[in-house]
Design a protein around this ligand. Sequence first.
Ligand SMILES: [Zn+2]
Length: 73
Amino acid sequence: MNVECAGRCSAGEKCTNSRLYHDQCARLELFRHANPVIGKAVRTKQDIAKNQLVAEFRGKWYTENYFKGIVRR
Ligand SMILES: [Zn+2]
């Protein structure tokens, strides 16, 4: 997990740890996955550079085994 500055950083505008605060996420779009069990998914049409911020995650984590169990149903 990465913690970012939230606008009250002493570095002010020079802060390089506030990408979420300055909305520097990749542009994402929702699409309907071919697997109906998965339903809606997220993708981006732009290239993602190594270590580039993609998005802030706000959701529930599933283990890989739990996810595979859902998809197999
Ligand atoms: Zn900062």
